[in-house]
Design a protein around this ligand. Structure first.
Ligand code: SF4
Length: 66
């Protein structure tokens, strides 16, 4: 299995920072309080999935390579 593909939709993100808390190191807030992907390999795929689920506006997309 390769690295997961992780994206944050900057237009949808409301800066709640759930993802930053749930998957520490994988996401960071930028100067505009929008989440950006930092290092997706910093956490497990389960944590990435959890961040995806915890986002209140479903701005996070996580896709695993097969
Ligand atoms: S959980 Fe969703 S809305 Fe909140 S900062 Fe992360 S991407 Fe943005």
């Amino acid at each position: 299995m390769g690295n997961p593909r992780v994206e944050v939709d900057q237009d949808m993100c409301v800066g709640s920072a759930n993802c930053v808390e749930v998957a520490k190191g994988a996401f960071k807030l930028n100067d505009e309080d929008k989440a950006e992907v930092d290092d997706p390999t910093a956490v497990s795929i389960e944590d990435l999935r959890e961040a995806e689920e915890q986002c209140p506006v479903a701005a996070i997309l996580v896709e695993e390579d097969e």
